[in-house]
Write a protein that binds this ligand. Structure first.
Ligand SMILES: *Cc1c(COP(=O)(O)O)cnc(C)c1O
Length: 465
């Protein structure tokens, strides 16, 4: 007992730790309270180790090193909420779409309860897990049938594997896109066991290019929406309606990778050039696949809609089991789609749509509220400036949306360091560096998060000096 007390007496007092130079640096980077908690955790840990005989000595420096590690780990690991000040709405690195509240709640229920996902409550027998969501899509897009997989990359793989394997598929050179590194149309074709027949040129592909390319070994025409870039100027492509007619004249399907997945054509200037699922179905496309977490504003998903003849083949393909969507996603998707039955409900309840259609004044106001709280900090110079937001995530390419940003610089620390400190907050703030300043774009900031954002800026210790 005596010996044990002796051992524990070597542990430094919290006050001693807090008064050290090292602590001052940590407090500057993290805030007093966070550092205090880290020191307490480090001392508790050291005490246990001493009692258990795992260590014999523990100096002040040891405790500080441990606390630094705790602070770093806490800041750098784990999936956490962040505040998106990047100005990119569908930011793939920040999780693309934010789910509507109804969808998040549905996901929670599905995750924490037994659910009737494959159980028919009327008959008490096995049910079809996709039936209800399929019905929703039939109503919303005019398709005959639908099915769901993990993401749109999986949807394209399944569509091509099931319908074109061993055959040739005709694609315009202007549509051989790469989406997010590993997904390239030519590679996915190879994986699906079909042969790519490239036609036309990068900027122009005409009807006769398609017509001349079709041979006995052609099994389908593929149309890919170039959703993450735009070819401007001297361009030409063939409308889905004419492509569908050509495909049908030759007894083959027109398959479409729409990617961005806007359900219905929209006359808002930001989305007016985006084709929609409903439009392509109406024009005669046989199968259309798209993402759930792009312009639909729902969970990550691959949604495939189209004619019964083809969708039924997909439903029986062995890959479907490997690419199956989980119950949490399916519930969230169902809840998201349910909001689309009324335009006003969709525009006010789907965060993506609410954000895209928000008034410029709301964005400016957000910036003003934040500036009022932080412009008393002497070491920080701040400015409200007009900026441009982006839809991103492979949607509405080249479509810049008017926005506002707070432009910040600090007298003593570099923009890189300031951006780093903002990312190290309890709720990390993701901005960008532009012209030697940190830019915090207000377009994707939720009004509810304004107090958190202010707190984050203020809690960068350096700023308070
Ligand atoms: C985004 C996109 C994909 C990939 O979709 P994920 O849901 O990210 O897998 C495929 N094709 C097109 C045209 C896209 O825009």
């Amino acid at each position: 007992m005596q010996y044990r007390n002796e051992l524990l007496r070597q542990l430094p007092a919290i006050d001693t730790l807090l008064q050290s130079n090292e602590a001052a640096n940590l407090i500057r980077d993290y805030s007093y309270k966070t550092v205090l908690i880290a020191f307490r955790q480090a001392i508790d840990y050291a005490r246990k180790e001493l009692i258990n005989g795992n260590i014999e000595k523990c100096s002040k420096v040891d405790i500080i090193t441990m606390a630094e590690k705790i602070l770093n780990d806490k800041n750098l690991t784990g999936i956490r909420k962040v505040i998106n000040c990047s100005g990119t709405v569908l930011h793939t690195n920040l999780g693309r779409s934010v789910l509507p509240e109804k969808a998040a709640k549905a996901a929670y229920i599905a995750a924490s309860n037994y659910i009737n996902i494959e159980y028919d409550l009327a008959t008490g027998e096995r049910g079809d897990r996709h039936a209800h969501v399929e019905q929703q899509l039939v109503s919303l897009t005019g398709c005959e049938s639908a099915l769901f997989v993990n993401n749109n990359a999986a949807a394209v793989l399944l569509m091509l594997s099931a319908l074109v394997k061993g055959g040739e598929v005709v694609v315009s050179r202007g549509e051989l896109v790469e989406i997010g590194g590993s997904f390239r149309v030519p590679d996915i074709m190879k994986q699906s066991g079909c042969y790519l027949k490239e036609i036309g040129t990068t900027n122009k592909t005409r009807y006769f290019d398609y017509k001349n390319a079709i041979t006995d070994s052609t099994k389908a025409i593929l149309k890919v929406h170039t959703s993450n870039y735009k070819i401007v100027g001297f361009t030409e492509d063939v409308d889905v309606k004419r492509l569908a007619e050509l495909a049908h004249d030759n007894n083959m399907p027109l398959l479409c990778d729409l990617g961005s997945g806007l359900l219905e054509t929209c006359d808002n200037p930001i989305l007016e050039n985006e084709p929609s699922v409903k439009e392509w179905i109406e024009k005669g496309a046989d199968v259309v696949c798209f993402s759930g977490d792009k312009l639909l504003g729902g969970p990550q998903a691959g949604i495939i809609v189209g004619k019964e003849t083809y969708i039924s083949v997909l439903k029986k393909h062995p890959l479907i089991r490997a690419l199956r969507m989980d119950k949490i996603t399916l519930s969230a998707l169902e809840a998201t789609l349910s909001l689309y039955f009324d335009c006003d409900v969709a525009d006010t309840n789907i965060p993506l749509r609410k954000m895209l259609f928000q008034d410029e004044l709301c964005i400016k106001n957000r910036a003003k509220i934040i500036l009022e709280s932080i412009n008393k900090i002497d070491s920080l110079s701040t400015k409200l400036i007009p900026s441009q937001a982006l839809v991103g995530g492979g949607s509405a390419p080249g479509e810049y949306i008017p926005s506002y940003a707070i432009c910040m610089s600090h007298i003593n620390i570099s923009p890189d360091r300031l951006a780093y400190l903002l990312r190290q907050r309890e709720v990390p703030v993701i901005g960008r560096i532009h012209k030697n300043s940190v830019f915090l774009d207000m377009f994707c900031v939720f009004d509810n998060d304004i107090p958190l954002l202010i707190q984050a800026i203020k809690s960068c210790g350096v700023i308070n000096e």
